[in-house]
Ligand binder design. Structure first.
Ligand code: HEC
Length: 158
């Protein structure tokens, strides 16, 4: 009789706890901002695509401390950038690129003024002879460095 009563009370408490828990616990967990953020992070696609000409800052790889990690070592100055990247086309004049050091090819471009050259190097440029990709394809570079590389090429024909 006593054992039967205790079992009945235990079942009653268990059922009551389930009812209360079902109405509160689950909802609270799902509304918890930390929980929902972790779900969103798990559902996010594994890869993201950088789009040329758009702000891709959100794609930068961050370290645990939140600092943006340097992915590829940046060239130290315009001369180095020219050797690493720009010379792929401008070294030999590939794809209609004005050859570095070729005064005849650069004369009409120098006449446009440096501001135009900077803009074409930074934003890309479809001219008569070919397609200059924005920043020579290295869209991760700071603008100043690209300008220094332009300066370097301009110096080579002066
Ligand atoms: C994929 C090949 C390629 C690379 C890499 C490249 N360029 Fe060019 N660049 C071109 C071509 C092609 C042109 C000529 C476009 C035209 O006038 O038709 C050009 C033209 C230019 C011009 C002249 C623009 C004008 O107004 O006449 C500048 C300045 C220039 N590039 C700077 C750079 C710099 C700086 C880099 C490196 C950061 C670089 N380029 C890398 C292909 C390239």
């Amino acid at each position: 009789m006593v054992i039967g009563l205790l079992v009945a009370i235990a079942i009653g408490i268990f059922a009551f706890a389930r009812i209360v828990g079902g109405q509160t616990q689950e909802q609270q967990i799902q509304e918890d901002p930390i929980y929902s953020r972790s779900v969103a992070a798990r559902l996010a696609p594994a890869s993201q695509v950088a789009v040329a000409g758009q702000d891709n800052a959100a794609l930068a790889i961050k370290s645990d401390t939140g600092e943006v990690a340097v992915v590829a070592a940046l060239p130290k100055n315009g001369t180095e950038l020219f050797q690493q990247t720009c010379s792929a086309c401008h070294g030999q004049g590939i794809g209609g690129a004005p050859k570095a050091g070729d005064k005849a090819a650069w004369a009409p471009r120098l006449a446009e003024g440096k501001a135009t050259l900077y803009e074409h190097a930074l934003k890309g440029f479809q001219g008569k002879t070919g397609l200059m990709p924005p920043k020579g394809g290295r869209t991760d570079l700071p603008d100043d460095l690209v300008k220094q590389a332009v300066d370097h090429m301009v110096q080579m024909v002066q």
